[in-house]
Design a protein around this ligand. Structure first.
Ligand code: GLY
Ligand code: MN
Ligand code: MN
Length: 422
């Protein structure tokens, strides 16, 4: 922040779902990262201008409201449990703002989210300017804190990585329990329920994103979340599901043969995606970049697409004209952390940034062949395969956080066969 600055960091508020019910509360990732305070409607103020370094504005204790909606730490625990230097009721925040800003040369604040707060801040700066003849100097800059904060979040420390390993372990168990139900006659939502149950039973708050449980051609819809169709023999099942643990996401995709045996064309597509994924993992090490991982993965997928008869002609030409995108239309990797598509810049000076130890990301190639794609060989239509792991860059290469979730065809088949048909 530099000296002489203050940062205003806003927590998340309750969000109405319908009439008088709210969505389950989820703290803002930035606020959670800095404070560990998991209650709605709070603001943190960080100062390097000589004032208290860390102030929290929170909903105060209120026996009646707590009877209805649950415990609030209030201003007392904001200090004793959350290590704030001082704390105030949230409703005092706007009135205290002039005093907070008074001695600062620079204000870190995200504009455009809470327009009432933006207006208040502009008004304070305007009034300070009017008093400049009396020696009052408004801050020179309003700076977006996210660039600095998100750079911090991109580089995970040992405690964060330990949470992500535990999240991966819970996701492993959830995939195993769901795979056991990958049999004809089951419905996609039954498997989703088992994922949710396993996430919660193991102490996670639930899925880190809407679980995708897609049988047959539903696996070719990238963000399929309806999860309401029966499973049938002769189909593949794509499950993209990972839990959130203490705010940290896991993000895992496996593709299972319904009934427990990969049919010929399914296996052909699966093998291409698996080889591409292994190549992507192999390339995950310090000094390389996500763009290189993507390129290596795309090359293997495109070779496979030509071999499978999905594309024609020369592999280099099909990469060059991007016709592989007909069947592989998304990127191979994204940062992973407190958000499933985590924060942090992907490029530096216009180029893909070099990977360094502590960065966590997904490696998730796939091939998706729509069932009405008349250009594709008939036996391949309606097949969707994705394989997704989560890796952290280490000094020597990478650690695959989700390595314990099987993906070789025999192991995948064994997981499904271990279950019972409905
Ligand atoms: N589940 C979201 C993704 O894989 O990016
Ligand atoms: Mn992903
Ligand atoms: Mn995913």
């Amino acid at each position: 922040m530099g000296d002489g600055a203050i940062a205003i960091i806003q927590g998340a508020k309750r969000v109405s779902r319908s009439n008088d019910t709210d969505y389950p509360f989820r703290q803002s990732s930035d606020f959670w990262y800095l404070t560990g305070f998991d209650h709605p409607h709070a603001v943190a103020v960080l100062r390097t201008d000589g004032g208290p370094v860390y102030s929290l504005f929170v909903e105060p204790r209120d026996p009646e409201m707590e009877t209805w909606n649950g415990f609030r730490p209030g201003v007392e625990l904001a200090i004793s449990e959350y290590a704030a230097d001082e704390a105030h009721p949230i409703k005092a925040f706007h009135d205290k703002l002039p005093e907070l800003v008074a001695g600062a040369r620079r204000v870190f604040h995200v504009l455009g989210i809470d327009t009432a707060l933006d207006e208040k801040l502009f008004q304070i700066l305007h009034e300070m300017r009017l008093r400049s003849r009396h020696g009052v100097n408004p801050p020179d800059d309003i700076v977006d804190p996210r660039s600095a904060l998100h750079e911090m979040r991109l580089h995970k420390d040992a405690d964060e990585l330990e949470l992500m390993r535990r999240a991966a372990d819970i996701s492993r168990e959830a995939h195993r329990e769901a795979a056991r139900l990958a049999h004809a006659g089951r419905n996609e939502y039954e498997l989703e329920a088992v994922l949710d149950y396993t996430f919660r039973r193991r102490g996670s708050s639930g899925p880190a994103y809407s679980s995708i449980v897609g049988g047959g051609a539903n696996a070719t819809i990238l963000h399929y979340v309806a999860n309401d169709r029966p499973l049938a023999d002769g189909q593949l099942l794509l499950i993209d599901a990972g839990c959130e643990l203490e705010g940290y996401a896991s993000d895992v995709t496996r593709t299972y043969p319904i009934g427990g045996t990969f049919g010929g064309p399914h296996r052909d597509v699966y093998d291409v995606v698996l080889e591409a994924q292994l190549i992507g993992l192999e390339a995950s090490k310090p000094g390389t970049c996500l763009d290189e991982i993507h390129k290596a993965t795309v090359r293997r997928l495109t070779v496979g697409m030509v071999e499978l008869g999905l594309l024609e002609g020369d592999v280099d030409a099909r990469i060059e004209d991007e016709s592989f995108r007909r069947y592989y239309m998304h990127g191979t990797s994204h940062w992973l952390g407190l958000d499933v598509h985590d924060v942090g810049n992907y490029t530096v000076d216009g180029g893909s940034r070099a990977l360094v130890p502590g960065m966590v990301f997904s490696v998730e190639p796939g091939i998706y062949i729509p069932d009405d794609d008349m250009q594709a060989p008939e036996t391949l239509r309606g097949i969707g395969v994705r394989i997704e792991d989560n890796v952290v860059v280490t000094r020597d290469g990478h650690e695959n956080l989700t390595v314990a979730i099987p993906k070789s065809p025999p192991e995948i088949e064994a997981w499904v066969r271990d279950g019972t048909p409905s």
